[in-house]
Design a binder for this molecule. Structure first.
Ligand code: COA
Length: 161
């Protein structure tokens, strides 16, 4: 197991996501952070902006981490990258049912691809992208929740500076 794919909408990428990438990077030679281009969510940042912001936020990992966007089924992207593992982060019991459905469906579609769950650190277990955007929208301090470049971009998006 050399290459793993960590997929999501990442609108925006948070310190919780970074924590999972960091854990995955210790287990796999390469981690692909795959940003879903089309999603039922209506993202604040378009796919190219999410790639740009996430790439900057993960610069210190060098070649170990590759950030890309993808379209269509995740398992097809995983197969195309030559990976055989999908990484998912688990934050709380409430994540379980949703994660079970996704993992079971992906296994149905591609039995050779394994889903590996990594536990988010407790410090980040309450974060999600929606909550971060809400705090930023109302002028709250998100500096402990997202990488610095993303904090700046959120401020610019909501408050124009
Ligand atoms: N730290 C902080 N936040 C986290 C987190 C962590 N460790 N793990 C998850 N989250 C947050 C995300 O930010 C997201 O928050 P939001 O809902 O406020 O935006 C939420 O938890 C859910 O995230 P995630 O589970 O990554 O879902 P997603 O909707 O962002 O991404 C895809 C899901 C893109 C991976 C999935 O829909 C997919 O594979 N789509 C492609 C189509 C496909 O193959 N479908 C069949 C598979 S079912």
């Amino acid at each position: 197991m050399q290459t793993a794919v960590y997929a999501g909408t990442f609108d925006p990428f948070t310190n919780g996501h970074r924590d999972i990438v960091e854990r995955a990077s210790k287990l796999f030679k390469t981690v692909h952070v795959a940003i879903a281009e089309s999603t039922s969510k209506q993202p604040l940042f378009d796919a190219d902006e999410r790639v740009e912001l996430t790439t900057q936020a993960l610069e210190d990992f060098g070649d170990k981490v590759v950030v890309e966007k993808f379209n269509g089924l995740l398992v097809n992207y995983v197969a195309a990258t030559g990976a055989d593992v999908i990484i998912r982060g688990l934050r709380a019991v409430s994540d379980y049912e949703y994660e079970y459905q996704i993992a079971a469906m992906n296994r149905e579609l591609a039995p050779n691809i394994e889903t590996v769950f990594l536990m988010a650190s407790q410090q980040h277990s309450f974060i999600n992208s929606t909550i971060v955007k809400e705090v930023a929208r109302y002028g709250g301090d998100v500096s402990s929740l997202v990488p610095q470049n993303i904090g700046k971009r959120l401020k610019a998006a909501f408050h124009g500076r």
